[in-house]
Design a protein around this ligand. Structure first.
Ligand code: FIX
Ligand code: ZN
Length: 398
């Protein structure tokens, strides 16, 4: 075998990716599809950075149109400050990957040059080697759900997931939505299940998902509607993806950029895995505090699979530390990353940044095996990288 680092680089860059959690939509779904440098700059990670590091007030910012917001973020974070945060570096990775020499240009020039690239969503997926991605689809958001009335997009590439947060946040609204659609005299519980059945038939989801704060996690196990949903998920063989530890709107004025971290008690995750041994759970935790316990729980419950570095965890220093921990405790039996992209172009940076870390980590683990006389072949690396970037996710959801 050639130089291990180079070999790893080639294999990692040639392996197709199954992106298990995004907020993306196909380009034909014009009302929800986001792409382009304006949208990239309007990412809520960058908005939070702007609102906490400059004098711009949330009110003044949100009164601007999208293009002016993007311009302001560019001016404040990229020109006046040094764009050193992970989210800022992401923007520069995207621009430099298209060889846009941003240093000598105004924002309008950069924007024009970017638009001239005329990128389709498939161009971006190809560039990032994404074979499939999972969308976040809320069956109780009827505008968004119109996607499934359309047939002009590729449902083999864009896979659905049923996002169920609204059932906890606003059960009455969900029951009313179900009532309007089902037009049947069922009790509330049966209405929801029948509505989910319809949503399942329409969208063919690969999992259902819910994000939870501390209280929501600790009471999920006794939630009446969810006890039926767990039964339904088992019947459908659908995993439930648990996104744990988000505290929504710790700063309401920031809108989508105002969510923070909550302290969850992961013993409830273990309880769920025990109470529903035939159900499958995917899990990602938002706080660094929970990562060790989550990894240990991953060793104790075969019906739970850890995935990704969610949001505030998606920082290179944390990824490196926690991914090493996961490998040390679980081998390669977890799903190391998802993009959480909201703008299609973000796939470029989310995955290229991760690949650099993956290369470094795999190099150190393989080198340790070599020191112990273990033979690392090209085939073995291809198999491992394929597990990490695609197969582990596909196996768990099938
Ligand atoms: O709940 C989620 O799926 C989160 O990923 C989002 O709500 C969050 O706003 C986000 O974009 C994080 O990356
Ligand atoms: Zn998300």
């Amino acid at each position: 075998m050639k130089n291990l680092k180079e070999e790893l680089n080639i294999i990692i860059n040639n392996t197709e990716i199954f992106d298990i959690h995004t907020h993306l939509f196909p380009s034909n779904f014009k009302t929800h599809y986001l792409s382009g440098i304006d949208e990239v700059l309007n990412y809520h990670y960058l908005i939070a950075e702007l609102l906490t590091s400059t004098n711009t007030t949330p009110n003044a910012f949100y009164n601007l149109n999208n293009n002016d917001r993007a311009k302001l973020i560019w001016e404040e974070l990229f020109i006046k400050q040094t764009p050193v945060s992970e989210a800022c570096k992401g923007v520069l990775t995207i621009l430099s990957s298209f060889e846009i020499d941003y240093s000598s240009k105004s924002f309008d020039q950069i924007n024009t040059e970017y638009l001239e690239l005329n990128l389709s969503d498939q161009d971006i997926l190809n560039r990032s080697k994404i074979s499939n991605l999972v969308m976040t689809n809320n069956p109780f958001d009827l505008e968004e759900w119109k996607l499934f009335e359309k047939k002009d997009w590729n449902s083999d590439v864009y896979l659905a997931s049923l996002r169920l947060d609204d059932i906890l946040l606003d059960p009455n609204k969900c029951i009313q939505t179900a009532k309007n659609k089902i037009q049947d005299n069922l009790n509330e519980r049966d209405l929801i299940i029948k509505y989910l059945d319809t949503a399942y038939e329409q969208s063919n989801p690969v999992y259902a998902a819910i994000s939870l704060n501390k209280d929501q996690l600790s009471t999920l196990i006794e939630n009446k509607i969810f006890s039926y949903i767990f039964e339904w998920l088992k019947l459908k063989n659908l995993p439930l993806s648990l996104l744990l530890g988000v505290k929504r709107q710790i700063n309401k004025e920031f809108l989508l950029a105002g969510d923070g971290i909550d302290r969850v008690d992961l013993s409830y995750l273990s309880k769920l895995c025990n109470k529903y041994p035939k159900n499958k759970f995917l899990c990602s935790c938002l706080s660094l505090n929970d990562q060790h316990e989550l990894t240990v729980i991953g060793r104790k419950h075969s019906n739970m699979r850890i995935f990704g570095f969610w949001w505030f965890m998606n920082q290179p220093t944390l990824i490196e530390m926690i991914m090493n921990l996961r490998i040390e405790l679980l081998g390669f039996n977890f799903i190391p990353q998802h993009s959480d992209a909201r703008v299609t172009d973000q796939l470029i940076y989310k995955w290229s940044h991760f690949k650099v870390i993956l290369n470094k980590i795999l190099f150190s683990h393989y080198s340790e095996l070599v020191l112990r006389g273990f033979k690392i072949s090209e085939e073995k690396i291809i198999t491992d990288v394929n597990k990490l970037l695609s197969k582990n996710a596909l196996d768990f959801i099938s």
